[in-house]
Design a protein around this ligand. Structure first.
Ligand SMILES: Cc1cc2nc3c(=O)[nH]c(=O)nc-3n(C[C@H](O)[C@H](O)[C@H](O)COP(=O)(O)OP(=O)(O)OC[C@H]3O[C@@H](n4cnc5c(N)ncnc54)[C@H](O)[C@@H]3O)c2cc1C
Length: 496
């Protein structure tokens, strides 16, 4: 076993610089960290919506939130609005909040199901603060320990600027950056471990451990070590995207929009200086030309550049850590961006690697633990994304008919069956989406439980209605102190 003293990060996209920043913060005194990237090759340059754990990542790095917002043109994200997903013309929000409050033995949806059957009007989202703030287009931070006022948020940001921001931090912490193109990856003839990379100008960079952040090229993990790719396109057939920036709106919504079309879906992400837009589709069901026409015909502000074409293959590397190479970012796989999970997968892979960091040498048990947790995390996100396509009433195109009739992974089918029968969702370990997320998407896509938990009958009906009214009033209370989203950002940054 060889002690790990030198790490080389291959690639400087979001994955590379997130890895460099966190690793140097945690291990900078103990290991030498270098990063090689190529401006000529560049980065993928999309990926602008995140989920709330990004706040933990930024806080751990010691990022000042105001500086971060300013440098990356970020806005606050409370939810994703899914439009036309269940049927055309309808929408629902998957918020980062949780509808309702803790009322006893069973979850809030059971009380809500009973109340609904007794004629209580409205929707379960009326009891969700994130939803209420989205509907008003407002935001404010709520300083309280009371979970009923929790309003988790994430960010929309320019990921290329985020990478630059993190590069500054990482270099200050001692990460050495090399500019150049990796031409050859050398392996130890006995162990097969990667021993170094050679750049086109002849420079050799050696290390004990390599983090493959080379994006979909997966230069080390797949091309060199030959780790197989699990193809999930039979479940998630989208393989293409077109992305185009447009002028910003006068009012910035605090949520991402995901608009379903006949053969795919379109994203709209508000930043402070522009909007990110794009369309995701499968070339089995439509053509690039038709997708382009669909995207350009559905922009509501002026394009600022030509659309950029992207190709991908949904799935993951069967082993994220193999020999002395760990794949982080797109080199480890890609699930389409429907729930904005790729940057989170980068974060969780780095955290996992740092927890299991092989100071004294690589142990099989650490590699297995790393790979197993990564596998479950990828698979549970995959299932959550498939849910949006599978549970739909749309049958107006071959694409939607195919998605409705999809045979889904067993774990997902079980989740659907459980919710539709008894209204329950169990949290899988390492699933980043908790029951509140699954419930919102299941309701939003049109599932209704046949039954609710009998514990919800313990309250008499008048008490139940009074309790729901109290929850409603509590959820509405912080709204009065919220500002229109743009005003909040201006006020927050102005106070810097
Ligand atoms: C359509 C689409 C939309 C997306 N939307 C979101 C979203 O909303 N939210 C989200 O979280 N994620 C999103 N993603 C994913 C997100 O873009 C990526 O996860 C993220 O940008 C990380 O990319 P990366 O760093 O792994 O790869 P890249 O950005 O491709 O970086 C690869 C790096 O490797 C370097 N490199 C490659 N080959 C060599 C070589 N031979 N020599 C030297 N250097 C090399 C490159 O120069 C570059 O620095 C989206 C992805 C797509 C395709």
């Amino acid at each position: 076993m060889q002690a790990i003293k030198k790490v080389l990060i291959a690639g400087g996209g979001t994955a590379g610089w997130m890895t460099a920043a966190l690793m140097s913060k945690v291990l900078g005194q103990q290991v030498q960290i270098a990063l090689v990237e190529s401006e000529e090759i560049g980065i993928i340059g999309v990926g602008e919506a995140t989920i709330p754990p990004i706040q933990t990542f930024n806080k751990f790095l010691g990022l000042d939130e105001k500086a971060f917002l300013r440098e990356t043109h970020a806005t606050m994200k409370l939810a994703i609005q899914f439009e036309n997903w269940r049927v055309k013309g309808e929408s629902y929000l998957h918020t980062f909040g949780a509808p309702g409050a803790s009322l006893g033995f069973c979850n809030f949806q059971h009380y809500w199901e009973r109340a609904k059957r007794q004629g209580v009007k409205g929707s379960i989202w009326d009891y969700d603060l994130n939803y209420l703030a989205c509907k008003q287009g407002t935001f404010n931070k709520i300083n309280t320990q009371n979970p009923i006022y929790d309003m988790p948020y994430a960010y929309h940001f320019d990921s290329a600027l985020y990478g630059k921001f993190l590069r500054g931090l990482a270099e200050q912490s001692g990460v050495v950056r090399h500019e150049g193109i990796i031409e050859h990856v050398a392996q130890d003839p006995e162990t097969g471990h990667v021993s170094g990379v050679q750049l086109t100008d002849g420079r050799q960079l050696e290390a004990d451990l390599f983090v493959d952040c080379t994006g979909s090229r997966a230069l080390l993990i797949q091309k060199t070590l030959g780790v197989a790719y699990e193809d999930w396109s039979h479940w998630l057939p989208a393989n293409s995207a077109l992305a185009v920036p447009t002028e910003r709106h006068d009012k910035t919504a605090p949520y991402t929009r995901s608009i379903a079309h006949d053969n795919g879906w379109q994203w709209r992400i508000p930043l402070t200086h522009r909007n990110g837009n794009g369309i995701v589709y499968s070339t089995t069901h439509t053509t690039d030309e038709a997708a382009l026409a669909n995207l350009m015909g559905n922009l509501d502000t002026k394009p600022l550049a030509d659309p950029k074409q992207l190709r991908f293959n949904t799935g993951r590397t069967s082993k994220q850590w193999y020999k002395n190479v760990i794949a982080v970012g797109l080199s480890s796989g890609f699930l389409e961006p429907l729930e904005s999970t790729s940057i989170h997968l980068i974060q969780s892979a780095i955290v996992r690697l740092l927890k299991l960091f092989p100071h004294q040498g690589i142990q099989d048990s650490a590699v297995e633990a790393f790979n197993e947790e990564g596998r479950i995390e990828y698979e549970t996100i995959r299932d959550f994304i498939i849910l949006h396509y599978k549970v739909t009433e749309r049958d107006d195109s071959e694409f939607w008919q195919a998605m409705r009739n999809l045979e889904v992974p067993d774990r997902l089918q079980h989740k659907i069956d459980l919710f539709t029968s008894v209204g329950e969702v169990f949290n899988d370990q390492h699933d980043i989406f908790r029951d509140a997320s699954w419930i919102q998407v299941m309701y939003g896509q049109g599932l209704t439980p046949q039954d609710y938990h009998p514990a919800a009958n313990a309250m008499n009906l008048d008490d139940l209605k009074a309790t729901l009214d109290k929850v409603l009033a509590a959820k509405q209370q912080p709204l009065a102190k919220m500002l229109p989203h743009d005003d909040y950002i201006k006020a927050f940054l102005g106070a810097a």
